[in-house]
Ligand binder design. Structure first.
Ligand SMILES: CSC[C@H]1O[C@H](OP(=O)(O)O)[C@H](O)[C@@H]1O
Length: 357
């Protein structure tokens, strides 16, 4: 840990010798249990069941899963190797539909492999693993840079509201929305963070409150229906959230409930910031209407606290994400700087910078 990094940042994913180790986020904050994955099927299951969740984290998981799936393939049969590579990448991409980081990471690794077509399969396997580890390592730097770029928009002593978990547990480390909060703590600031519990899966209560408390950040847990009240009481001076996919026009898909928070922030004249790595910006998706929204099990709603809280057989609607129209977004902060409206232009610029590196 370098001398600047005073605050430990929980890491949810680790490549250990010859397999993937992950912190099972379904059991936090009461149990710290690590799962060991050696197959793409185990990785798919960990992503689909939210053992590991968060847009960058699932992209990282998927590319390690791709390597796990191809590393033992025969090195004599090229046709079979390439067919299997595409099949496993397609399979892993089916784990969850909304976070574009999943397909972004898989495409990056597959494209890297295809650049080496014709070389010995052993060399291509090594390149796949190398690209996966680079995606993982880069994410830590990207998140810290998002924090650096977001910090100038904040000031010591202010109140911040966040929704869901866009912290170290959702990324390689640091997080996106939580990155500036960690950096502020490293600089001795005293931000007062209000974390929405974020029904139905409670990522805010179970993960964000856990992360920030561990880091010594002043965090207050509130129910989702309290967000408007704390804004009206003047306790919030900015909202910071993460994202799973930013459309080309600046519409933002994020955890369900984010849109409500954005409308409340607008009603109270509070800036609404979205922390987004360029890997979460999808210029191929024109608007938020085109973003696939994951529908999850009714059980998450009817048994959210480990026991039934609704009548047997009741109809349930459980979209895992919603879309906040660009007009409610004050700024989108990436590792390359602060994007403001018109987002069609500023997002293209950010992606262009990334592609020029
Ligand atoms: C930094 S990405 C975090 C993003 O992902 C979360 O969704 P989930 O917990 O279902 O993976 C949520 O939308 C966060 O903002």
């Amino acid at each position: 840990m370098n001398n600047k990094q005073l605050i430990p940042h929980p890491q949810s994913i680790l490549w250990q010798e010859d397999h993937l180790v992950l912190l099972d986020q379904r059991l936090l904050p009461t149990e710290t249990v690590y799962l060991h994955c050696t197959t793409p099927e185990e990785v798919w299951d960990a992503i689909a069941t939210l053992a590991v969740r968060g847009a960058p984290a699932i992209g990282i998981m998927a590319v390690y899963g791709l390597y796990l799936g191809i590393r033992s393939l025969s090195e004599q049969d090229e046709e079979m190797f390439w067919a299997q590579l595409d099949r496993i990448a397609h399979y892993l991409n089916s784990a969850r539909p909304t976070a574009v980081n999943l397909s972004w990471a898989l495409k990056r690794v597959v494209n890297r492999a295809k650049q080496l077509r014709g070389q010995p399969i052993a060399a291509i396997k090594e390149a796949i693993f190398k690209e996966a580890t680079e995606i993982h390592e880069e994410d830590v730097t990207v998140c810290r840079q998002i924090g650096e770029n977001l910090l100038p928009l904040l000031y010591d002593g202010m109140g911040i509201l966040t929704h869901c978990n866009a912290g170290g547990l959702a990324t390689g480390a640091y997080g996106t929305a939580l990155a500036p909060l960690y950096l502020a703590r490293e600089r001795g600031w005293n931000l007062k963070v209000f974390a929405d519990e974020t029904r139905p899966v409670l990522q805010g209560a179970r993960l964000t409150a856990y992360e920030l408390q561990q880091a010594g950040v002043d965090v207050t847990l509130i129910c989702d229906n309290m967000a408007g009240a704390v804004m009206k009481e003047g306790q919030i001076q900015a909202v910071i959230v993460g994202t799973d996919r930013v459309a080309a026009n600046g519409d933002v898909a994020n955890k369900i409930g984010t849109y409500s928070v954005a409308v409340l922030a607008r009603a109270h004249g509070i800036p609404f910031y979205v922390a987004a790595p360029v890997s979460s910006i999808d210029l191929d998706t024109a608007t938020g209407d085109d973003i696939p929204i994951e529908q999850r099990s009714p059980v998450e709603v009817t048994n959210g606290f480990g026991k039934p809280t609704a009548p047997e057989g009741v109809k349930v609607y459980n979209p895992a994400f919603d879309v906040t129209p660009a007009e409610y977004v004050t700024a989108i902060i990436t590792e390359h700087g602060v994007c403001k409206a018109p987002y069609e232009k500023s997002l293209k610029e950010a992606v262009k910078v990334e592609r020029s590196l």
